[in-house]
Design a protein around this ligand. Structure first.
Ligand code: NAD
Length: 496
């Protein structure tokens, strides 16, 4: 199967005819080949999008929303198929695959609702017989760059608000997961979106990503990926005066206080640390535990980790699937030596799994380090695999300080039954998302998603906040006095 670009409502190859293989990380099987586009492909996509967007912006927003309802309906109809493709291509277990597709469906319906809101503001003028309001205006053509770990959900967080607000988009998915983007392009086509409103251009970040950022007609770049790549995108985008929205890496922690329900905490840690084989931006990779419960928690975690089943995510009994590719496997494994050399104690895991069928895929053993101190590299850097570090602390204040002492600020969590501790923690944890008595994952689409510090640059995906990325505020003053009225000058001051 050869995946070609979807541009201007057509499946077309224009520039290079170079293709690269797509592999199933569970067993190494080749699933498809994907086109590596060139700048020429991007230019043609942008030209189509510019033309389409002019008309699209004139379509009433509730009508634009109807297409999203239709997209949501088709996604629902194809949910199982999409989840299967997702698991084959990306590796996450099928239950999580279904959950991710559901997230896309939820986003379609939620953003379709925005078609009948897209609220602006009206406000009194300081002058008589004058009316003032601000409205959200579409920006034009937007460029979307997405990672492989949530190949559908993240694309919907970006593309659905973009189109309901009246923009056209070019989406460059990750080269590891083009099949999901191909499936979504087929859905855009089936939903009857006008040609050119939705365009999918496959290829590398350095070619297609760069061409999108440099193109003068692409006004917004919405990027999700690593902090390293995000800084490059910001730098290049800055030079071209682009509005750049960045959602990047994380080093998320679960805090377990001495009064926590430990069984509940263990369940939350396992789910948020080892779900998606630890390859979530919100994955729990640090457990900050009060000294009074450290030993008990360690024991309980080890007991439960032994029960985790590892294998092909299509097998419904499997809890942990493969990691995305061999490079990821090597990167994760390199941190074991780093942790040990720094003095951490490896309690379990720390190995690439090669037995029997597992040898065909990219499997890593769930790993737990203890005696980790906050400044060790394993406690500071994003490993993006099933590796957790236990850090012991003496108080809530210390736990919060350790949580905040990393360059990232995406998600954090606290397990405690003390309402005072919980309220202080939610106020002082410096992350964009905070969970109480739940792990670090589990975002819902109607709330803003994103992080502070090295995780983001102040924008948010999903929720109504996403509309801020894809709209400009336009302030409109309507003077119906029939005479010149000068703001700040012709105002009457009472008592003046
Ligand atoms: P990545 O940075 O390697 O790639 C992300 C995207 O950027 C891909 O589409 C890639 O092709 C493209 N890209 C690469 N170089 C580029 C360049 N020079 N210019 C423009 N685009 C370029 O990230 P990844 O490995 O695909 O994803 C994992 C990372 O994403 C992790 O760091 C994870 O934490 C992060 N992530 C963040 C969030 C969030 O919302 N904060 C969500 C999911 C993943």
């Amino acid at each position: 199967m050869k995946l070609t670009n979807f541009i201007d409502g057509k499946w077309q190859d224009i520039g290079s005819t170079e293709y690269t293989p797509v592999f199933n990380p569970a067993n190494g099987e080749q699933l498809a080949e994907v086109k590596l586009s060139t700048m020429e492909d991007v230019n043609i996509a942008v030209e189509a999008a510019v033309k389409a967007q002019k008309k699209w912006a004139r379509v009433p927003a509730p009508k634009r929303a109807d297409y999203l309802y239709e997209i949501g309906r088709i996604m629902k109809e194809k949910k199982e198929h999409l989840a299967q493709v997702l698991t084959k291509e990306m590796g996450k277990v099928i239950e999580e695959g279904r959950g991710e597709v559901q997230e896309g469906i939820d986003m379609a319906l939620y953003m379709a609702g925005e078609g009948r809101r897209l609220f602006g503001e009206t406000t009194p003028s300081e002058l008589a017989d004058k009316f003032a309001m601000s409205v959200r205006a579409p920006i034009g053509v937007v460029g979307l760059i997405t990672p492989w770990n949530f190949p559908v959900a993240i694309a919907t967080w970006k593309s659905f608000p973009a189109i309901v607000a009246g923009n056209a988009f070019i989406w460059k998915p990750a080269t590891e997961t083009p099949m999901m983007a191909y499936e979504m392009a087929k859905i855009f086509e089936e939903a009857g979106l006008p040609p050119g409103v939705a365009n999918v251009v496959f290829g590398s970040g350095s070619q297609v990503g760069t061409a999108m950022i440099e193109h003068p007609e692409v006004k917004v770049i919405s990027f999700t990926g690593s902090t390293e790549t995000g800084s490059k995108v910001a730098e290049l985008g800055g030079r071209h005066l682009k509005k750049v929205s960045l959602e990047m890496g994380g080093k998320n922690a679960v805090i377990v206080m001495e009064d926590a329900d430990l069984s509940l905490a263990v369940e939350g840690i396992l789910w948020s640390a080892f779900g998606t084989a630890g390859q979530r931006c919100t994955a729990c990779s640090r457990v900050i535990v009060h000294k009074d419960v450290r030993e008990d928690l360690e024991k309980m975690l080890l007991e439960q980790m032994e029960k985790l089943t590892i294998g092909d995510g299509l097998d419904e009994t499997v809890k942990i699937g493969p990691v995305i590719n061999k490079n990821a496997l090597e990167k994760i494994h390199s941190y074991i030596k780093v942790g040990q050399e720094e003095g951490a104690t490896l309690l379990t895991g720390g190995t690439i799994l090669n037995e029997a069928e597992l040898a065909k895929g990219n499997y890593y053993a769930p790993t737990l380090f203890t005696n980790v101190t906050p400044n060790m590299r394993i406690a500071q850097e994003e490993i993006f695999g099933p590796v957790v570090s236990l850090i012991e602390v003496n108080s809530l204040e210390e736990a919060i300080e350790v949580n905040n002492g990393v360059k990232f600020g995406l998600s954090s969590s606290i397990y405690s039954r003390d309402v005072n501790k919980v309220f202080r923690a939610q106020r002082d944890l410096d992350t964009g998302i905070v969970y109480v008595n739940a792990g670090t994952t589990g975002a819902e689409i109607h709330l803003p998603f994103g992080g502070t510090k090295g995780t983001g640059n102040g924008h948010r995906d999903s929720g109504v906040a996403a509309l801020d990325v894809y709209t400009e505020w336009k302030s409109i003053y309507i003077d119906y006095s029939g005479k010149l009225q000068r703001a700040q000058i012709d105002t009457q001051v009472i008592g003046g």
